[in-house]
Design a protein around this ligand. Structure first.
Ligand SMILES: Cc1ncc(COP(=O)(O)O)c(C=O)c1O
Length: 396
């Protein structure tokens, strides 16, 4: 037996954790590859892997196994040609935007969209010479009218934040196609079990995995999936701008994704029950939920989403901000957390959080008031959700 070389002194080497060969069996859950860098055999091999000619990992900002594993699950769920994981929902949106537009281009962006996304297009990209028009993309004639010869991108959310309008993705994709503009859809509120925007003609779909995709409020991640024709620049942008995700977060989200279908099914059922309950209450002025026949886009939502309308319900209390504060103090079982997609029901207040940077007159025009509360309904029992809401309304 050959003797292993021994260092002369204990401090001759930096001790490194060794690899354990699992032998004939495979672990039931995937390992977490926390390595920032991989050891290559020689420059020829490194060059070949970095050029994408050979499968393998070199540097984790470019790619790593946990991101690849999660991306592959997202790709399958969306029926996409390609998928990539980014460090947050915003970095996924940035990757799509930066890959598809350049100085001198124009973007049509929905005026009912997450506040930071609006800020990205109207303030940040404007600094790089990208113009944008913010319009009501539910009005297809307004979209046609907003297109310019240099329009390269249309940006919408499947179900909008916070008033839950539904985008006519197929018509928007067709309008874009005729004009040579790609459609990027933020599908965060719907998720792939409710809607797969690429099947309706979108070129790119993004989701904040921070929300219901992971489902446990313990990671910050995003994904972008797309058609081959628009893909080539997306990974280049991600690695160059450093939009990549941590292996541990990817591992957690891949675990969360395993229960997405079940969680979304239960949360959608609960959301329908919650919306119907709120619609009966005298304290509530309006309920916004695509699953209600009274919703402006109910017929479109049925075509796009089938018979489940996601976990998000927005409602407006009579009595404005004072009524909201009273509701929050009473609703002890519904934490005020300005995010969404947790296992339990949480609430947010768009006026003071997600839409606070929107000018007050625009908020008023859209119908976002101090009394507007956005619920992210969880997977508790339907009775528990209604009881928690009743508590908030002082109706229990
Ligand atoms: C619809 C929507 N898209 C994107 C984002 C951004 O996601 P992240 O916070 O993971 O960057 C959010 C965040 O709330 C959102 O609500």
């Amino acid at each position: 037996m050959t003797e292993k070389p021994q260092p002369e002194r204990a401090d001759d080497l930096c001790p490194r954790p060794d690899f354990v060969d699992p032998g004939a069996t495979r672990p039931i859950s995937p390992p977490i590859y926390l390595a920032a860098v991989y050891q290559c055999d020689d420059p020829t091999q490194a060059a070949s892997m970095l050029a994408g000619n050979e499968h393998g990992y070199v540097y984790s900002r470019d790619k790593h196994p946990n991101a690849d594993l999660l991306a592959e699950k997202c790709r399958e769920l969306h029926g996409a040609d390609h998928a990539m994981i980014c460090g947050s929902g915003m970095s996924a949106i940035s990757a799509g935007a930066l890959a598809l537009v350049a100085s001198g281009d124009h973007v049509v962006v929905s005026d009912q969209i997450y506040g930071r996304t609006l800020q990205l297009f109207t303030s940040e990209l404007a600094r790089y010479g990208v113009a944008s028009s913010m319009i009501d993309t539910c009005d297809l004639n307004a979209v046609r009218a907003a297109l310019r010869p240099n329009t390269k991108l249309i940006v919408v959310e499947t179900i909008t934040n916070p008033l839950l309008r539904v985008s006519d993705i197929a018509s928007l994709a067709e309008i874009g196609r005729q004009h040579g503009a790609a459609l990027l859809v933020d599908n965060t509120f719907a998720g792939p079990t409710i809607c797969r925007p690429l099947e309706h003609g979108a070129q790119l779909v993004v989701e904040s995995l921070t929300k219901i995709m992971n489902g446990h409020s313990d990671v910050l991640l995003g994904m972008i999936c797309g058609q081959a024709a628009v893909w080539p620049r997306v990974p280049v942008v991600s690695t160059t701008y450093g939009l990549s995700a941590s292996p541990f977060d990817c591992w957690l989200a891949a675990r969360g994704l395993g229960t997405l279908a079940l969680r979304m099914e239960r949360a959608s059922t609960n959301a329908q029950v919650a919306a119907e309950y709120l619609a009966t209450r005298p304290e509530v002025a309006k309920v916004f939920y695509p699953g209600l026949a009274s919703h402006l886009d109910h017929a479109l939502a049925r075509r796009l989403c089938g018979d489940r309308f996601s976990h998000m319900v927005t409602f407006e209390l009579r009595g404005g901000l004072a009524a909201t504060e009273q509701f929050m103090h009473r609703a002890k079982r519904i934490p005020f957390c300005p995010s969404l997609g947790d296992l339990s029901t949480t609430l947010s207040h768009p006026e003071s959080t997600s839409h606070r940077t929107m000018p007050a007159e625009r908020r008023a025009a859209l119908g976002i008031t101090g009394g507007t509360i956005r619920l992210s309904v969880g997977i508790e029992s339907p009775a528990a959700v209604v009881a928690a809401l009743a508590e908030g309304l002082g109706a229990s």
